[in-house]
Ligand binder design. Structure first.
Ligand SMILES: [Zn+2]
Length: 85
């Protein structure tokens, strides 16, 4: 099975279809652009299923320096593992 490590933004988008966190970091025009970008990038990976466990930390990297495999964001931060169904 293919696994992908996704950033916080992609996690929210895939798991909850929720982009509200984005508005904290970007202007309104940038948020729209980023949502469109996330949607189109993630569309090519779907369907994905969450493959991490918040209780044990399995499938979670708190600080990763690898780019997000969903939106290709180079920003360092948490990555969560997803598996293609
Ligand atoms: Zn991402």
């Amino acid at each position: 099975m293919e696994s992908f490590w996704l950033c916080e933004d992609c996690l929210q988008a895939v798991a909850y279809d929720d982009f509200s966190a984005l508005s904290l970091y970007y202007s309104e025009a940038e948020v729209d652009q980023r949502i469109a970008h996330l949607r189109s990038e993630l569309q090519t990976l779907l369907p994905l299923s969450a493959d991490f466990d918040p209780w044990t930390g399995t499938g979670i990297e708190a600080i990763s320096t690898r780019p997000c495999e969903g939106c290709h964001s180079p920003l360092h931060g948490a990555r969560h593992r997803f598996t293609r169904l």
